[in-house]
Design a binder for this molecule. Sequence first.
Ligand code: RB5
Length: 154
Amino acid sequence: MTQDSTSHLTIALGADHGGWKLKDALVSWLRHHGHVVLDFGTNGAESVDYPDYAHVVAQAVLDGRASYGVLVCGTGLGMSYAANRHAGIRCAMLSEPTSARFARLHNDANMIALGGRMIGEEMAIDILRTFLATPFEGGRHERRVDKIETGETP
Ligand code: RB5
């Protein structure tokens, strides 16, 4: 099985004016590979507020409408800050695929945030492909991921 034949998933996407073009490219790539897309916009260059999109995508992941969420703003930073305010969301701000792999393997990330002004389409697709194809390793990482939510200190 190649990475491109990952079983079909429902993916929620959101972007602001700094990320909508890259988001649209990812929507096309996901559809081409048979995934179901929930596209929450934005769909043009008009200035919008990135948290509005981060929150609706996070909600779609939390309530099970989507398996994963993908956010794109200018840098990926603001989107990741907003998404990570939701308990149960682990949103990785990514700029290359190795971190995408470990975000799944070790952190069980359920969302990614990308910088539409920082990386190109090929890199973004490599990141997304890797993210979707990589399972959570579990084991000792399960305990550590649990501690993110509980805020437990030694
Ligand atoms: C919008 O200008 C920009 O601030 C936004 O796209 C993002 O980069 C925020 O983190």
